[in-house]
Design a protein. Structure first.
Lengths: 309, 339
C-alpha cells in the first residue's frame, strides 16, 4: 500500500509539471501583456516594470526561472499589488473558498444521500418521482441561476439573508446552498440507482432470511455498499465545486481564490493565473488520490488488489 | 409424527404490467420434524415462489399470498406480521440460496455475516458469537476457520462460499432449512460434496429440509419425500421410491425420461415437447394437458383431483380415474427397470 501511494504521488508531481508547462506557454500566447493597457505609463516605465518582473527575458529563460521557483514552492509576485506574493493571495483567498466548497459538499452529500435512499426505498411512489424531478432540475440548472434567484428572492425581496460579501456565518448560507444543488442532484440520482440495484441482490434476500431487521438490512448491508460509486463521483464533484465556485464567488463577492482568478485573467496578471491554475490542479490530483485511497477502505476487494500492486 | 409445517391451498400472485401472474395455485403439503422433502419441477413451476412465501420473502410490492395458510408449529405465517417473521427467519426457518457467488455481502467479513443471526436470535456477545462462527465454519468443513472468519467472500471459492451460506443458515439451529437449488451453480464435483455435507448436517442437527431443485439426481441423494410441481400446482407427491419407481403422473414420467442415464443405448436426451402454461391465463383444466401425450377431453376442461395411490402417494391425473383407459408409463421413464 505504501509503495502504491508513493508511486501515485510521483505521478502526481509529473502531472503538475506538465500542467504548469502547458499553462505557461498557453499564457504566453495570449494577446497583450500585463502593463500595456495602462495608458498612463510611459515607454520607460513600462520597460522598467517588465524588467522588474523578468518579462524582458526570452520565453525559455522565463520558463526555467518560473519552474525553478515553483519547485521551491514560490509562485512569484503579483503584478497587481506591489510586493505581494501569489502565495499570500492564495492563502488569503483559500479560507473563504474552502469553507464554501466544504459546506456545499457536506450539505449536498448528506441531503443527496438521504434523498437517494428515500427514493429507492419508496421506489415508484410519489416520493421517488418527486426526488428525481428535483434531481433533474438540480443537474440541468447551473448553480449561478440558483444563486441569482436566491439573491433576488431570499436576499432582496424577503431580506432574510445578506445578498453578498463575507462577514459571518449567515453570509455562507446562500453561496453554499447554490453550490450544493448540483451535488444534491448528482448524489441523489447515483444513490437511488445503486440502492435499487443492491436491494435486489441475493445477499439482501439472504440477510433478510437471517431475520435481520429491515432497518439493519438497509443501513448495514445496502447503504454501505451503495456508497462505493458515490465515493467515486465525490472526487469529480469536489472538482466541480472548485470550478463552480469561480462563478459563485464572483456573484456573492466572496474574497476567495475564484474571485482572484477571474480578476487576474482580466488584467493579464501572469503569476496569479499560473499560481491559481497550479493550485487548482494540485487540489484536483490530490482529490483523485484521496478518492482512490478511500475506495480501498470501503471496498475490501479493491484493498487487496491495491496491496498487491 | 408431528407436523412441523403445513401448507394449505396456498395461492401466490404477482402483479405485473401485463396483469396478474398466478405463480402458485393451490399448493398444499406437510413437512414433519427432521424430514426432507424435495420439490421438483421445471423453471417457472412455482417451486421457488412457494419456498419464498413460507419465508414471506416475496418481493413485497408485487408478490402476495392471495389465500391459504402456512401453519408452522400452529402459527399461520401467511398472516404473521413482519416483526414476528423477523423472529422466525433465521432462527426457526432459514434458507440457502442458489448462487453462492452473489448471496454473501461482498463488503462484510464472513464472520460478521454469520454472527449477525446469532447476535439477533441468541443474544450472544460479540466474542461468543465469533467463537460459535468459528465452530460453524469448522462444522461445514472450512480449513483454518480461525483465520478465515475474518476474510471477505471474494477470498473464498464458490464451493467454500456455499459452505459458508450453509453455516449461516444453520447457525441458530433452525427447525426447517429451505434449500433453493443449493447445488445448481456449483461444479459437479463440488455438488456432491455439498450434498454430503447437507445430509451429514441433517443427521447431526435433525433439521427438516425442503429441497427445491430440478435435478432428480439431487433428489435421490437427499430427500425422503418428493412433491412434483407443474404450472403452480403439485401434480404428484410420494416417497422417493414411489416417485422414482412407480410414478403415476405423465409429467413425472416426462421428467424421469428426460434424465440422462448412464447405461442408455440411445445417445439422445429426451425432452418434454411444448412449453409450460402461461400463468397469466392459466388453463382451466390440468396444466399439463397441452403437453401430455395421453391427454383426454376431460383434461382440458376440468382440473383432476388428487387421487390416493397409496397412503403416502398422491397424483392429480385423470388417468387414475376408474373410467380412464389403462396407460403404462413409457420405457424411458423407468428407473432401473423396476415397475
Amino acid at each position: 500500500m505504501l509503495r502504491y501511494i508513493t508511486q501515485r504521488i510521483l505521478y502526481m508531481l509529473l502531472t503538475l509539471l506538465i500542467i504548469a508547462t502547458i499553462t505557461f506557454f498557453l499564457m504566453k500566447l495570449l494577446p497583450g501583456s500585463p502593463f500595456n493597457n495602462q495608458d498612463k505609463l510611459t515607454e520607460t516605465q513600462r520597460y522598467a516594470l517588465n524588467e522588474k518582473y523578468g518579462l524582458n527575458d526570452p520565453v525559455p529563460v522565463q520558463y526555467i526561472n518560473y519552474i525553478t521557483k515553483l519547485a521551491q514552492g514560490d509562485l512569484g509576485y503579483t503584478f497587481q499589488f506591489d510586493g505581494r506574493t501569489v502565495n499570500s493571495l492564495i492563502v488569503n483567498g483559500m479560507g473563504p473558498s474552502a469553507t464554501v466548497g466544504f459546506e456545499a459538499l457536506l450539505f449536498g452529500t448528506i441531503v443527496g444521500l438521504l434523498l437517494g435512499i428515500l427514493a429507492a426505498l419508496r421506489h415508484n411512489t410519489f416520493l421517488d418521482y418527486g426526488a428525481m424531478v428535483i434531481a433533474v432540475f438540480g443537474i440541468a440548472i447551473p448553480s449561478f441561476v440558483f444563486a441569482g434567484l436566491l439573491q433576488y428572492y431570499v436576499g432582496v425581496k424577503l431580506g432574510w439573508l445578506p445578498v453578498a460579501f463575507w462577514n459571518g456565518p449567515e453570509y455562507h448560507i446562500m453561496p453554499a446552498f447554490s453550490l450544493s444543488v448540483g451535488v444534491i442532484a448528482t448524489v441523489a440520482r447515483f444513490m437511488r440507482t445503486e440502492m435499487l440495484e443492491i436491494l435486489g441482490t441475493d445477499y439482501i434476500l439472504m440477510a433478510r432470511s437471517k431475520g435481520v431487521s429491515k432497518s439493519a438490512v438497509i443501513f448495514k448491508h445496502s447503504v454501505r455498499n451503495s456508497l462505493i460509486p458515490i465515493v467515486t463521483i465525490l472526487g469529480p464533484m469536489a472538482i466541480g465545486l472548485i470550478t463552480g465556485s469561480l462563478v459563485i464567488e464572483n456573484i456573492f463577492a466572496i474574497p476567495g481564490i475564484g474571485e482572484q482568478f477571474v480578476k487576474a485573467i482580466t488584467v493579464n496578471d501572469y503569476p496569479v493565473i499560473m499560481g491559481t491554475t497550479i493550485f487548482y490542479s494540485f487540489l484536483i490530483v490530490s482529490i483523485i488520490l484521496i478518492v482512490d485511497i478511500l475506495y480501498g477502505i470501503i471496498d475490501p476487494r479493491i484493498r487487496v488488489a491495491g496491496g498487491k500492486s | 409424527m408431528e407436523k412441523l409445517l403445513e401448507l394449505e391451498n396456498i395461492h401466490v400472485s404477482f402483479q405485473t404490467y401485463g396483469g396478474e401472474v398466478k405463480a402458485v395455485r393451490g399448493v398444499s403439503f406437510t413437512l414433519d420434524k427432521g424430514e426432507s422433502l424435495a420439490i421438483v419441477g421445471e423453471s417457472g413451476s412455482g417451486k421457488s415462489v412457494t419456498s419464498k412465501s413460507i419465508m414471506r420473502l416475496l418481493p413485497n410490492k408485487i408478490g402476495s399470498i392471495k389465500q391459504g395458510s402456512i401453519k408452522f408449529q400452529g402459527k399461520d405465517l401467511a398472516k404473521a406480521s413482519e416483526r414476528e417473521m423477523e423472529k422466525i427467519r433465521g432462527a426457526e426457518i432459514s434458507m440457502i440460496f442458489q448462487d453462492p457467488m452473489t448471496s454473501l455481502n461482498p463488503t462484510m467479513t464472513i464472520g460478521k455475516q454469520i454472527m449477525e443471526g446469532l447476535r439477533k436470535h441468541q443474544n450472544m456477545s460479540k466474542s461468543e458469537a465469533k467463537e460459535r462462527s468459528i465452530n460453524l465454519l469448522k462444522l461445514v468443513g472450512i480449513p483454518n476457520p480461525e483465520l478465515r472468519v475474518d476474510e471477505y467472500p471474494h477470498q473464498f471459492s464458490g464451493g467454500m462460499r456455499q459452505r459458508v451460506v450453509i453455516a449461516i443458515a444453520l447457525s441458530c439451529n433452525p427447525k426447517v432449512l429451505i434449500a433453493d437449488e443449493p447445488t445448481t451453480a456449483l461444479d459437479v464435483t463440488i455438488q456432491a460434496q455439498i450434498l454430503d455435507l447437507m445430509r451429514d448436517l441433517q443427521d447431526k442437527t435433525g433439521t427438516a429440509i425442503i429441497l427445491i431443485t430440478h435435478d432428480l439426481g439431487v433428489v435421490a441423494n437427499l430427500a425422503q419425500r418428493v412433491a412434483v410441481m407443474y404450472g403452480g400446482m403439485i401434480v404428484e407427491t410420494g416417497t422417493v421410491d414411489e416417485i422414482f419407481y412407480k410414478p403415476k403422473h405423465p409429467y413425472t414420467w416426462g421428467l424421469l425420461a428426460s434424465m440422462p442415464k448412464i447405461n442408455a443405448e440411445s445417445k439422445e436426451l429426451l425432452a418434454i415437447p411444448g412449453t409450460p402454461p402461461d400463468l397469466m391465463n392459466p388453463p382451466k383444466g390440468c396444466p399439463f394437458a397441452a403437453r401430455c401425450p395421453y391427454a383426454m377431453e376431460v383434461c382440458l376442461e376440468n382440473m383432476p383431483e388428487a387421487t390416493d395411490v397409496s397412503s403416502s402417494h398422491k397424483a392429480a391425473c385423470w388417468l387414475l380415474d376408474e373410467r380412464a383407459p389403462k396407460v403404462e408409463p413409457p420405457e424411458e421413464a423407468l428407473v432401473g427397470g423396476a415397475r
